[in-house]
Design a protein around this ligand. Structure first.
Ligand SMILES: O=C(O)c1ccc[n+]([C@@H]2O[C@H](COP(=O)([O-])O)[C@@H](O)[C@H]2O)c1
Ligand SMILES: Cc1cc2nc[nH]c2cc1C
Length: 385
């Protein structure tokens, strides 16, 4: 079996006995039942994922920022030059980005992973170089990645999850950096949820109306040329010949999308994803396989999680949606995954910033299970006693 196959095979759904024990434990604690609202569900969810109640405290936390470039940048879908990707990687490594401030605030480690930056990076503490390619091909003209590249990027993400858990991390947080990656995210969300491009394509780092119109058209064209638009124009003049590049070697489960179409996960990821999307999908799968919870960041993580869930539906039981970003496709992705975001602050930065802000909430939810007295132990009268 390949590493990807082993990882997918190791992922288990939430454990029903642990879920039931966690719910019963919540109800025995000295608070009115349900008084901690969504936090009670978070703690119960982590118990199910860990298959034990109470679940382990999700600390220490490790954030991995997967960085890559995108051929679709050539379509003018982002106001920022592509070199900002490598420049921001330098900023992360120097400790000067927002993500570094937030990681320091919550005590998380930061690892930067080059899976596809279009420049050479020099070895540096905190940098893992797992470069699969110098950026993707333009997804609006054909498949963004080959089958080999998508599997290599997925396995790079799995390796990072294994490494961080091996070093003691008990919670993984996703991060991303890639100029133009909200275009790939929108295309993935359309492909996996069946939503229309206009509803899920947003302003990313901040684009004007004219650029947004072009971005929506670019997403539509990407779906059409890659045969992911429901089939109406498959085989039309602008559809490239399907080569092995778009026919992944690894076995995959075909998923019925919201539109009722069959959506093969690896082929879809290869067609319209980015190298960081594939690596983040692998990172999520890798954490879930080790029963370590994964806090998802913004729209890039949300779209990567759709791919991970298409490969291994039970992976969602191991995920917590850290926040919901301002990018409209993020709502569609989270609804499709049936995940409720913990924080909603109109963030649209990426890097892992929203995931980091959610980490103390997840820790607090679990700490309650370990430290709060029960009605019995504290001698407090239960209303139903
Ligand atoms: O996390 C999000 O939801 C999010 C929303 C908008 C932008 N971003 C970040 O901005 C970059 C992509 O934006 P763009 O406009 O170049 O597609 C990339 O580095 C992302 O981390 C991230
Ligand atoms: C400056 C800058 C910082 C970022 N961090 C994540 N995506 C980003 C995009 C830009 C443009």
């Amino acid at each position: 079996m390949t590493i990807l196959e082993q990882t997918v095979a190791a992922i288990r759904p939430a454990d029903p006995a642990a879920l039931a024990a966690a719910r019963a434990h919540q109800d025995s604690l000295t608070k009115p039942r349900g008084a901690l609202g969504v936090l009670e569900e978070v703690a119960v969810r982590l118990a199910g994922a860990a298959a034990v109640s109470p679940p382990p405290l999700p600390a220490p936390a490790a954030l991995a920022i997967f960085a890559a470039d995108h051929g679709v940048h050539a379509q003018g879908v982002s106001p920022w030059p592509q070199e900002v990707t490598v420049q921001m990687v330098g900023n992360f490594l120097a400790g000067g980005a927002v993500v570094n401030a937030f990681a320091a605030q919550v005590g998380a480690s930061v690892t930067v992973v080059d899976v596809g930056v279009a420049a050479d990076l020099h070895p540096s503490p905190g940098l893992t170089v797992s470069k699969v390619a110098y950026g993707t091909a333009d997804l609006s003209r054909g498949p963004a990645m080959t089958a080999g590249q998508v599997v290599a990027a997925l396995e790079a993400g799995i390796a990072v999850a294994r490494e961080l858990v091996g070093q003691g991390a008990r919670c993984l947080i996703t991060g991303d950096m890639g100029i133009a990656n909200t275009t790939a995210s929108a295309a993935l969300i359309c492909a996996f949820t069946g939503q229309d491009a206009a509803g899920v394509t947003g302003r990313g780092t901040g684009i004007d109306d004219e650029t947004l119109t072009r971005k929506v058209e670019t997403v539509r064209r990407a779906l059409r040329v890659n045969g992911l638009d429901g089939g109406a124009e498959n085989g039309s003049a602008d559809a490239p010949e399907r080569t092995s590049a778009a026919s992944p070697a690894a076995p995959e489960r075909e998923q019925a999308s919201a539109a009722g179409r069959a959506v093969p996960p690896l082929e879809t990821l290869a067609a319209v994803g980015g190298l960081e999307h594939a690596a983040i999908a692998g990172f999520i799968l890798g954490g879930a396989a080790l029963r370590v919870p994964v806090i998802l960041d913004g729209v890039i993580a949300g779209s990567a999680a759709l791919a991970a869930a298409a490969l291994a539906p039970d992976v969602v039981d191991h995920c917590v949606a850290g926040h919901r970003s301002a990018e409209p496709g993020h709502r569609a992705a989270l609804e499709h995954l049936d995940l409720r975001p913990l924080v909603e602050l109109e963030l649209r930065l990426g890097e892992g910033t929203g995931g980091l802000l959610a980490h103390p909430l997840v820790c607090a939810a679990v700490r309650v299970m370990h430290e709060v007295a029960t009605f019995d132990s504290a001698g407090v009268t239960d209303k139903e006693a």
